[in-house]
Design a protein around this ligand. Structure first.
Ligand code: HEC
Length: 207
């Protein structure tokens, strides 16, 4: 009797464990497939085979559990590829900054005009951003005495006479590409924010 019991238990365990095997295209038995596979359209992973996966009654779609193509678009994609040569604009509507990173670019940048009016709000936002990105080197008042300057010699004193006349465009360009010992910040700070910081630096210089 004991032997038969053991035999049946063993057989049952083998059957259950066999259901767990997954390899290649076989995902094995899934306990709750609609928890693992997104029912909504996924923009980057359209599966066009209506029978892919199991037919799962709870999904109520009468197609396989993996099918998620958008049948209303010719390419069956939910996210359409942009047309060739499309240029991304920033949320503020800016095209990418294309002034070259050289002396000619810097000279031309001098005459760029900030898209922002000089208002308390913009200067206030610039101040916050300056605190994030510049203050540790240039110091709270722009005197080049931030904490990092103890270890990193040569930080410019933005309130010094040499810099008093630099334009917002010049500052924008320097933040974008860096200059001399200063590294580029263009990839971390958006164009909008760079203009706001430039506005704040000009304000700092007045004091
Ligand atoms: C890691 C330290 C560091 C950080 C962070 C930094 N700077 Fe600088 N900055 C420097 C140094 C060093 C120089 C001097 C560069 C040189 O002349 O070689 C400089 C120079 C400048 C100049 C003068 C450029 C010129 O025309 O000679 C401006 C303007 C400036 N920084 C603005 C900023 C602003 C705005 C930020 C924040 C977005 C910032 N910097 C962040 C180190 C830093």
């Amino acid at each position: 009797m004991q032997l038969i019991k053991t035999f049946f238990l063993g057989a049952a365990a083998t059957v259950i464990l066999a259901g767990c095997t997954a390899s290649g295209d076989n995902p094995g038995k899934e306990f709750a497939p609609n928890m693992y596979h997104a029912v909504p359209y996924e923009p980057l992973s359209q599966i066009t085979d209506e029978n892919a996966g199991n037919i799962v009654n709870s999904l109520d779609s009468r197609s396989g559990e993996y099918f998620n193509s958008n049948k209303y678009n010719p390419s069956r994609m939910t996210m359409r590829e942009p047309p060739p040569h499309t240029v991304r604009r920033s949320p503020f509507g800016f095209l990418p900054y294309r002034m070259p990173n050289d002396t000619v670019g810097l000279r031309k940048a001098n005459s760029l005009v900030s898209p922002f009016e000089t208002t308390k709000e913009i200067i206030g936002e610039g101040k916050i951003l300056y605190g994030y990105y510049c203050q540790h080197c240039h110091g709270a008042k722009g005197a080049g005495d931030g904490k990092v300057s103890d270890k990193y010699a040569g930080v410019a004193n933005l309130t010094g006479d040499a810099y008093k006349t630099i334009t917002e465009g010049h500052i924008f360009h320097v933040i974008t590409y860096g200059k001399g010992l200063m590294g580029a910040h263009g990839s971390q700070v958006s164009q909008e924010d760079r203009w706001k910081i430039a506005k704040y630096v000009k304000d700092l210089q007045k004091n």
